[in-house]
Ligand binder design. Structure first.
Ligand code: SF4
Length: 165
């Protein structure tokens, strides 16, 4: 049976970035360039620093999170984001697997000692963590940077899941 779509309803989304090189953010904005006519009428960006200066951590349908978590402070931020989201998507290898952002986890003892002052200075944690070590992750877009086709498929799935289009 065909679902009834809710008129004028938009998908409330957020885009968040933690420790990484932000290449998936770049890809995301490129995808918006290509798909804006199809997507933008149905998207309501509640939080996306790459797109707008006024952002609020309000209730959202879907949050996309890229990057790995390098400190307890960032883990707390991630938990706050999780609490506002119905669906949390880990975007890119750093968020999904921790790597390559988590390379320092594998440093031999001597090399690790050489960066201790930096960990202390910036209050970084002992290990860099992937998202699902801290919060529940509902979906993953792998790749370094993210796999574009998988992202497109996922956003279309989210439109369907929330009866948008
Ligand atoms: S997954 Fe790759 S492209 Fe994405 S933030 Fe990490 S290093 Fe950068």
């Amino acid at each position: 049976m065909k679902k009834t779509l809710e008129k004028n309803k938009k998908l409330k989304v957020g885009w968040f970035t933690f420790s990484c090189c932000e290449d998936s953010t770049v890809l995301f904005t490129e995808l918006l360039n290509e798909h804006w006519q199809d997507w933008l009428p149905y998207l309501d960006f509640k939080h996306a620093k790459v797109l707008k200066s006024k952002n609020s951590l309000t209730d959202m349908d879907v949050v996309f999170v890229e990057g790995a978590i390098a400190s307890e402070e960032k883990a707390k931020e991630l938990k706050k984001i999780r609490a506002k989201a119905k669906v949390l998507v880990a975007v890119g290898a750093c968020a999904v697997t921790g790597m390559p952002s988590a390379q320092r986890n594998e440093f031999p003892e001597e090399l690790r000692k050489s960066i201790d002052f930096l960990l202390e200075k910036f209050n970084y944690g002992e290990k860099v963590r992937r998202l699902d070590e801290i919060v529940k992750v509902d979906a993953k877009v792998p790749g370094c940077p993210m796999n574009e086709q998988k992202f497109i498929e996922l956003i279309e799935q989210m439109f369907k899941k929330f009866n948008i289009k």
